[in-house]
Design a protein around this ligand. Sequence first.
Ligand SMILES: [Ca+2]
Ligand SMILES: [Ca+2]
Ligand SMILES: [Ca+2]
Length: 207
Amino acid sequence: MKKFSLVFLIITLLTGSALAQTADLFISEYIEGSSYNKSLEIFNGTDDAIDLSQYTLEFLFNGNTVGNSVALDAVSLGSGDVFVVSHTDADPAILAVTDQTTSNGSYNGDDVIILKKGTQVIDSMGTLGVDPGQAWTCDDGSTQNHTLRRQAAICNGDTDETDAYDICAEWDFFASNTFDGLGTHSTDCISVGTDQGHWDSLKAIYR
Ligand SMILES: [Ca+2]
Ligand SMILES: [Ca+2]
Ligand SMILES: [Ca+2]
């Protein structure tokens, strides 16, 4: 194959629909363990640092459509980095990798969690206004007494907080009180926001 056509093929692959891009923050890990072991990891899979002062987490308990709102700290989250929000009284192993604590997020499995940028929903867990009983469940696990990690192929958040919720479609499940994945996130997604980004991505892959 000629060099020119090989480069053309690679560029086509990189810009094609096969490789999804990440447009904004999303929740990459969810811990609902024993006691106050509750933690959410938020991932920046975009090309750019993001000012978290624009973002809030909303916790809507037991089918209610009004709940607690927690503004994220006004810090900059770098590309590829995560921001961990945990319960104030969580296990020391959780707190060791926590960036912000709150006592306003005491979800226990049957609650809805929404990540917003301003008034715009950019990710959600559960169905707004619905109480699922004990938890959101599927064949692989549930949102109670589990650690959930966003599957590596998921590149963007669930921006419809009102539709039916299938947690098996987007999450991998781990045993209660699994903390060892908190603080980092692995993704298959490629962020290609600028022309320079295309070449950086290409170099990173084919190096
Ligand atoms: Ca609840
Ligand atoms: Ca949804
Ligand atoms: Ca993680």
